[in-house]
Ligand binder design. Structure first.
Ligand code: NAD
Length: 443
């Protein structure tokens, strides 16, 4: 099938590559000319496991093309995906300007029937606005071309995006009528062979499904962080509690890890957007408000522990920070807890030696060159001259360090672990003072 994808970010690029891999002919359109040029030179602008060979192979096979030429993109596909960003507005609601700009572009250039599929995460009622936008432009053009608008929210996880798109748990399709169902079924047929993963519903329910899913996941994290803070005060170990509750199949082991707060481009903004939607509809979403408040506070957990240990004035101190991306296997730094930590350390006068397996370039782009910041080539190099180690992201390569080497490198043998990677007893035996999340008093 001929498919066009507007927006070549984490969602658009992965989705486009996966669709091309199964044989669809995909054209990707983005307004970011530099990004398009890089892709046409074989440079992949984001890090996702497995993405580079997928993009390269399909680009070389001619099934995946990149352009800034919107008219060409609109002409190409019967299916037009909208996969552009929906960042938070000043008041926390989702900013729809990019989504509606794409709708306008499609309407401006279309000369044949189209199925417009919205993959961006958008508030309930956005499909109505997209539909309205397209109708308005078609009326202005004095043409009558049939089109459908479908809501098809994306559930991929950054860090596992290719695998998630190749083998989705579910494919949510919201439609106004039966018209586009056959086209959408044909599009996703290759991903639907094992069993039927397609769940059809009305458009508004599909739009809300995405927010409900992300808000539920964010709730699980904030709930566990609240339990962790309580465990700390009560002298209990949240890791024991986690295993204890996870053994109940009604709760399960997934997504109940305590830590230094959730980040990324989705949970913070989607929780905020649903709070905003609730307010606009006269409803006070008490759980969501608490989820957000707990998370905002949790991001200060590591700097608070550091100051508790070293004092509020950190002038003359240097900290090794392992992990900058908001979670492992991505280079995405949006709303990452590491940013709150690093900025708090700087504000207190400290220097930071940081290392991340993938997010160094992005960190450099965000913070530029600073005298109180060194981006180190290895995790070991970050330890040199550091007073203590702070772990922000649970990359695999941080999980089994040489503790003797670590102790030898650090000026004071202290580890602050925002992801509970280690056994407190082992660190105690190694002579390291260990602060973690919700694990009783530091040892
Ligand atoms: P992103 O910021 O990585 O990419 C968005 C891209 O859209 C950019 O390359 C931008 O240049 C492009 N763009 C903006 N306006 C455009 C226009 N008029 N025409 C063409 N291109 C345009 O965003 P993302 O992380 O891929 O997220 C996209 C959407 O998917 C968001 O609504 C997000 O909430 C949702 N989502 C994201 C994830 C995730 O893990 N990142 C997961 C599920 C859903």
């Amino acid at each position: 099938m001929k498919v066009t994808v507007f927006g070549i970010g984490y969602v658009g690029l992965v989705q486009a590559a996966v669709l091309a891999e199964v044989g669809h002919e995909v054209v990707c359109v983005d307004i970011n000319a530099e990004r398009v040029e890089k892709l046409n030179q074989g440079i992949i602008p984001i890090y996702e496991p497995g993405l580079t060979p997928l993009v390269t192979n399909n680009f070389q096979a001619g099934r995946l093309r990149f352009t800034t030429d919107a008219a060409f993109g609109v002409e190409h596909g019967l299916i037009q995906f909208i996969a552009v960003g929906t960042p938070p507005d000043e008041d926390g609601s989702a900013d729809l300007q990019y989504v509606l700009a794409v709708a306008k572009t499609i309407a401006t250039h279309m000369n044949s029937p189209k199925v417009v599929i919205d993959k961006s995460t958008v508030p309930v009622g956005t499909a109505d606005k997209v539909k309205q936008q397209i109708s308005t432009v078609l009326t202005e053009r004095a043409v009558d071309i049939p089109f459908d608008v479908v809501s098809n929210p994306e559930f991929l996880k950054e860090g596992a995006a290719v695998a998630d798109c190749m083998r989705p748990d579910r494919i949510i399709i919201g439609t106004y009528n039966e018209q586009p169902i056959d086209v959408v079924r044909e599009l996703y047929e290759p991903f639907n062979r094992n069993h039927d993963k397609m769940i059809f519903m009305d458009v508004r329910s599909a739009e809300l499904t995405k927010y409900a899913a992300n808000c539920m996941l964010a709730t699980k994290i904030s709930f566990m962080n609240e339990m962790a803070n309580l465990a700390e005060l009560l002298g209990a170990d949240i890791e024991a509690v986690r295993k204890g509750i996870g053994s109940d199949p009604r709760i399960g082991y997934h997504f109940i890890y305590p830590g230094c707060g959730y980040g990324g481009s989705c949970f913070p903004k989607d929780v905020q957007a649903l709070i905003r939607t609730s307010a606009q509809n006269g409803y006070t979403p008490k759980i969501l408000q608490a989820v957000e408040a707990v998370n905002n506070k949790q991001k200060y957990k590591l700097p608070t522990l550091v100051k508790k240990h070293f004092g509020d004035d950190l002038t003359g101190k240097t900290f090794a920070v392992w992990g900058l991306s908001f979670k492992p296997n991505t280079d995405d730094m949006r709303e990452a807890s590491s940013r709150v930590l690093i900025e708090e350390l700087w504000a207190a006068g400290a220097k930071v030696h940081a290392y991340d397996p993938q997010a160094m370039e992005e960190t450099q782009r965000i913070y530029g060159v600073r005298s109180d910041f060194v981006l180190c080539g290895t995790k070991e190099a970050a330890l040199q001259e550091a007073d203590a180690l702070i772990i922000c992201t649970e990359w695999q390569q941080f999980k089994a360090p040489d503790f003797d080497f670590l102790k030898q490198q650090l000026k004071t043998p202290v580890v602050f672990d925002g992801r509970n990677l280690f056994d407190p007893e082992r660190l105690k035996q190694k002579g390291l003072q260990y602060y973690a999340i919700g694990r009783g008093q530091s040892v």
